[in-house]
Design a binder for this molecule. Structure first.
Ligand code: FAD
Length: 459
């Protein structure tokens, strides 16, 4: 198992095309060498590669995760690049089947063109592959839905012996396959539930954090989708709450050529907080206003209510290399955890350069989902990389301390972000941990899809 220092490494900002190593997206972790990578053209070629390969196999999507799950540390490990398995394969009135490596932005654009959407709301970016997002429990916000994996109806996997497993919701192991961290097999096709494309109006405001313990729940229970950014230093919360647009709002949006429509004049009540946050960021990461990390905060200035489709409203993030820790806490206990964070903040005034991101989802069916079995509030903490690839010491110290605090509260970390495995006793926080291990042993008895990280995780 890696040490804490290894998990927040410096970025390689000088990467050349001639570099023999293959890196993760953030360029802070080497996964293996380019020689280890195989890119099959189709499922049959993939099956042949898996059958013939005697060593371990790791599977890459867009490589946005920390890298732990993707390491091909042994030189004879084959790194599968499944990027040829993309595009719409089939559709019915209420489902779509995509090649598993289709990037989410392509999934969303295709669905929008069909006047459909996924019932699950999107995350902030859409660079992820469908398979990578499903395999790690990638999610958005809203208690009436959960992760993208929860919309899966059927999956096709290439197993360790090269055979195909088709698995649907009736299969007793479906909950294991839904979020499997690439350890059960290689996803080649995914069938997802769809619903008619809806237009939403999102109301934005800034409010103090005095009653955040209860208002967070209220926002989520009253609106289809809510997201909040909490600035403890200023006792301020920036809140987005979206409901389906009224017929008049939807018509105005249509008349705006289906471009996002602003409904109000700019509200400047976040502006001074944003300016203070930019000073912290400037101190930590240098760079100039207008650089990507700064833009992520500057957008809170002069905010307006908007009407748009689900992707236009919630999937507008700026992908910026960062260390991102996100911990799920059952919603019924989120208020207690907010209180703890307030207390800790008042006592220690930890250094933060980005607000705490609060997103709640409904329960997930996936056995290893941090939102498994109950409505969950995800607490997100971000530290951006400086232009020279370093991280501020204060920022790292903040992340270490806050993760410990939430782990002590029974928190479950997002699998596709950063976390310290030593802080969690997995069988205690995942009731179906042992069943997952049994499925893994049944489908991959020799541990072909294992690497050092997953071996230690499921030991
Ligand atoms: C800037 C940024 C923003 C983010 N925003 C959000 C967000 O809003 N919400 C959220 O929940 N998460 C978010 N994430 C986390 C992100 O969604 C996950 O890291 C996700 O796994 C990335 O998908 P990927 O295609 O890059 O997968 P990778 O990182 O390449 O792989 C992740 C896992 O999926 C497995 N995998 C990949 N392809 C296959 C396959 N074909 N078959 C089987 N297993 C496979 C891999 O083996 C690995 O275990 C964000 C991350 C970043 C860096």
């Amino acid at each position: 198992m890696q040490t804490r220092a290894d998990r927040f490494p410096i970025r390689n900002t000088q990467l050349l095309d001639t570099d023999p190593q293959i890196w993760n997206w953030a360029q802070n972790d080497r996964l293996g060498t380019k020689e280890q990578v195989k890119r099959p053209n189709d499922e049959a070629q993939l099956q042949a590669l898996v059958t013939a390969h005697p060593g371990n196999i790791a599977i890459m999507g867009s490589r946005l995760s920390s890298g732990d799950l993707l390491h091909a540390e042994k030189r004879d490990t084959m790194l599968i690049d499944a990027s040829a398995l993309t595009g719409l394969v089939a559709s019915t009135p209420d489902t779509v089947t995509f090649g598993a490596a289709t990037p989410l932005h392509e999934v969303y654009a295709t669905l929008t063109g069909m006047e459909r959407m996924l019932p699950s709301s999107p995350g902030v970016i859409a660079l992820q592959t469908l398979a990578g997002a499903i395999a790690t429990g990638t999610h958005g916000q809203g208690l009436g839905q959960s992760s993208i994996a929860d919309e899966v109806q059927r999956m096709r996997l290439v197993l360790a012996d090269g055979s195909i497993l088709e698995i649907d919701r009736q299969h007793p192991w479906f909950g294991a396959a839904q979020l499997a961290l690439g350890t059960l097999g290689i996803l080649t096709e995914v069938t997802l539930k769809t619903i008619p494309l809806a237009i939403f109006t999102c109301f934005k405001n800034a409010t103090d954090d005095a009653d955040l313990e209860s208002t967070l729940v209220e926002w989520n229970e009253t609106f289809a989708m809510s997201k909040a950014w909490w600035f403890p230093e200023d006792h301020l919360v920036h809140v987005w709450r979206a409901r389906e647009a009224t017929p008049d709002e939807a018509l105005a949006y249509q008349h705006n050529n289906r471009e996002t429509l602003s409904l109000s004049s700019g509200d400047n009540s976040m502006n001074s907080t944003v300016e203070r946050t930019l000073v912290h960021m400037q101190h930590d990461i240098q760079g100039a206003k207008g650089d990507k990390p700064f833009k992520t905060v500057e957008r809170f200035k002069n905010f307006t209510d908007i009407t748009g489709d689900i992707y236009q409203i919630y999937c507008r993030g700026i992908a910026t290399p960062q260390i991102n820790i996100e911990i799920g806490i059952p919603l019924r206990r989120a208020g207690q955890v907010i209180e703890k964070i307030k207390q800790w903040y008042a006592e220690t005034h930890p250094h933060m350069h980005y607000p705490v991101i609060l997103r709640c989802t409904g329960p997930s069916d996936a056995w290893l989902s941090p939102a498994g079995q109950e409505a969950t509030c995800f607490f997100g903490f971000v530290v951006y990389y400086a232009a020279d690839g370093t991280l501020s010491k204060d920022g790292v110290c903040f992340l270490n301390t806050v993760e410990k605090l939430l782990a002590e509260q029974g928190g479950r970390p997002h699998w596709g972000k950063y976390f310290d495995p030593e802080l969690y006793h997995w069988p205690d926080i995942y009731p179906q941990w042992q069943q997952f291990r049994e499925v893994r042993t049944a489908l991959d008895p020799a541990g072909k899809f294992a690497n050092a990280f997953s071996t230690a995780l499921f030991r």
